[in-house]
Design a protein around this ligand. Structure first.
Ligand SMILES: NC(=O)C1=CN([C@@H]2O[C@H](COP(=O)(O)OP(=O)(O)OC[C@H]3O[C@@H](n4cnc5c(N)ncnc54)[C@H](OP(=O)(O)O)[C@@H]3O)[C@@H](O)[C@H]2O)C=CC1
Ligand SMILES: O=C(O)[C@@H]1CCC=N1
Length: 264
């Protein structure tokens, strides 16, 4: 990405925990100047302190973008810190919190893009869904998309309602996959492997399958390619496929429902 506008006018980051930190790490790795970034966070991590960004200093009056990455529950206490900004695009990654909440805090003319990223952004492999409010211009959406595309894929939503399902699928999804790694490793240990070897096999299997899935081949066909008739995979899938579809449907639904609840 061309970071010129952010480098020139500045980027403010409100909250730099797991998600804000993942995105900032991705941007700094891809060429954003640390000197252009001001972070507001009550307890900066050692990593953040070492990046050279400005920490809890007065804000520039008109940064290009203010990224809001605090927990939805902290929003009321945190947003007033950004109220003095002028001609700034607000980009929020908070789950649940609707676009209307930012109009209430910053005024109806505030330009806001709501985004749902995920933590693989830290290694440039995130996926983020975005939607703007009525005040956000096409140029604002392009700016937000450009920033987020620097740390992975970006998709645009048609309606804000879709954000709950996106949150339940790709926002929370990395945690489901990490749990698959954990449970595959534990299953390998139950078959007699050492914990270290089982974890190495599970981690590389998920990463390799993910890379293969990204070739664009249909995932159902990729599954068939592994499955010899009456072989080992078929025996395993006969167990997994009885339960996983319903389990995954309920998992994503629970996360999406929680996103709906967070609207308050
Ligand atoms: N983690 C994820 O995978 C994803 C998270 N999100 C969204 O990102 C947002 C942040 O989540 P996550 O990074 O996981 O949470 P974290 O708790 O890791 O990060 C939030 C950060 O905000 C800080 N903070 C608290 N109060 C304030 C304040 N008043 N002003 C500035 N900073 C403050 C926290 O400090 P302290 O810890 O000291 O309170 C913390 O460092 C949430 O809204 C979440 O819905 C979206 C997509 C994925
Ligand atoms: O768990 C959460 O609420 C946040 C939103 C998506 C991922 N983490």
């Amino acid at each position: 990405m061309d970071f010129t506008e952010l480098d020139t006018r500045g980027l403010v980051l409100l909250g730099c925990g797991k998600m804000g930190g993942a995105m900032l790490a991705g941007w700094l790795d891809r060429g954003l100047s640390a000197s252009a970034v001001t972070v507001i966070d009550p307890n900066p991590s050692d990593w953040l302190t070492g990046t050279g960004v400005a920490l809890n200093t007065p804000l520039p009056p008109s940064p290009a973008v203010a990224l809001i990455a605090v927990k939805p529950q902290m929003m009321g206490a945190a947003l007033p810190a950004l109220q003095s900004l002028t001609d700034t695009l607000f980009v929020t990654v908070a789950a649940g919190t609707p676009l209307s909440a930012y109009a209430a805090a910053f005024g109806a003319s505030a330009r806001v893009v709501r985004a749902m990223p995920n933590t693989p952004a830290a290694v440039g492999r995130g996926i983020t869904a975005i939607i703007g409010n009525a005040a956000a211009t096409p140029a604002d959406l392009d700016l937000a998309q450009g920033m987020l595309a620097a740390v992975g894929e970006v998709v645009r939503l048609d309606t804000e309602d879709q954000m709950d399902a996106v949150t339940g699928l790709s926002g929370s999804g990395p945690a489901y996959v990490f749990h698959v790694i954990e449970t595959m490793a534990a299953a390998g240990v139950a078959q007699g492997l050492s914990p270290d070897l089982a974890l190495q096999l599970a981690r590389a299997t998920v990463a390799g399958a993910g890379a293969l899935a990204m070739t664009g081949e249909d995932p159902g066909q990729l599954r068939v390619n592994v499955t010899s008739p009456n072989g080992t995979t078929q025996a395993g899938l006969e167990v997994l496929m009885k339960e996983l579809p319903d389990l995954m449907t309920r998992t994503v639904a629970a996360a999406a429902d929680r996103s709906r609840e967070l609207r308050g």
